[in-house]
Ligand binder design. Structure first.
Ligand code: PEP
Length: 246
């Protein structure tokens, strides 16, 4: 195996108040040397950065979304420099919930990825097939299209891929570690076609109902370089439980 970084990343989605965020960092131990990133909702980014500092834990901050333009008349949006300004080093791009509810497509994802890389933030690019696509044996085709789309005109290797099968997100139906490994290995082969040998150093995370009980199996797989965690990242104790395993 190469010297890929191992990540455990929390995606809090549209959850948590200011008080709950403060409580999380009072309890949070983060006792492992993997890279830990917390992605709170936008209005909690700045206080979260302060809570992280107070806690003294080595945790990095990430946004859950970003706009593709530098600035201007885009009501309700957040630019990449705004994310940077409050201490973000990462940003989730193309999460399946945004693809579904905000109709984001690969062209838009590509614009956002370019914006992040240009600004020196690391995009966490989410890809994954739906249940229907899986059942009709189209997983590889879907993933390849999403990867080529998201990474169009990009030759840097400074990004993270999160493989999140849509059928596994928030459903409790996590992918088996064997299936995830097999898919990650396919993803790495597509990345090789796109960015060449740099693909060996790109962290590919699994996401979809990852928790304290199944994390150990994922961590033992060669091409699984960490997890992106939704539900199980909301409680400090269960998030810590996952971090401990990696
Ligand atoms: C996610 O949406 O990024 C995710 C992995 O969610 P969950 O862990 O809740 O399935």
């Amino acid at each position: 195996q190469s010297d890929r970084r191992i990540y455990v990343i929390a995606n809090w989605k549209m959850n948590k108040s200011l008080t709950e965020t403060a409580e999380f960092f009072q309890e949070f131990k983060s006792s492992n040397d993997v890279s830990v990133v917390v992605c709170p909702p936008t209005q909690l980014l700045y206080p979260t950065q302060l809570f992280i500092k107070q806690s003294g834990k080595p945790v990095d901050l990430g946004g859950q979304n970003v706009h593709w333009a530098d600035k201007g008349a885009y009501t309700g949006e957040t630019s990449i420099s705004m994310l940077k300004d409050v201490g973000c080093e990462y940003v989730i791009i193309g999460h399946s919930e945004r693809r579904q509810y905000a109709h984001e497509d690969d062209v838009l994802v590509n614009k956002k990825v370019k914006q992040a890389i240009k600004a020196g933030l690391i995009p966490i690019i989410c890809i994954g097939e739906t249940l229907e696509e899986k059942n009709s044996m189209r997983t590889e085709q879907v993933l390849s299209t999403q990867l080529f789309g998201a990474l169009k005109e990009i030759d840097s290797g400074d990004f993270i891929i999160a493989y999140e099968p849509v059928w596994a997100i928030g459903t409790g139906q996590s992918a088996t570690a064997d299936l995830a490994q097999q898919t990650h290995s396919y993803i790495r082969s597509v990345l090789k076609q796109i960015v060449g040998e740099k693909a060996e150093n790109i962290s590919i995370l699994y996401g979809g109902s990852a928790n304290e009980s199944n994390a150990a199996e994922y961590s033992s797989m060669t091409d699984i370089d960490g997890v992106l965690v939704g539900g199980a990242s909301l409680k400090a104790q269960s998030f810590d439980g996952i971090i401990k395993v990696f």
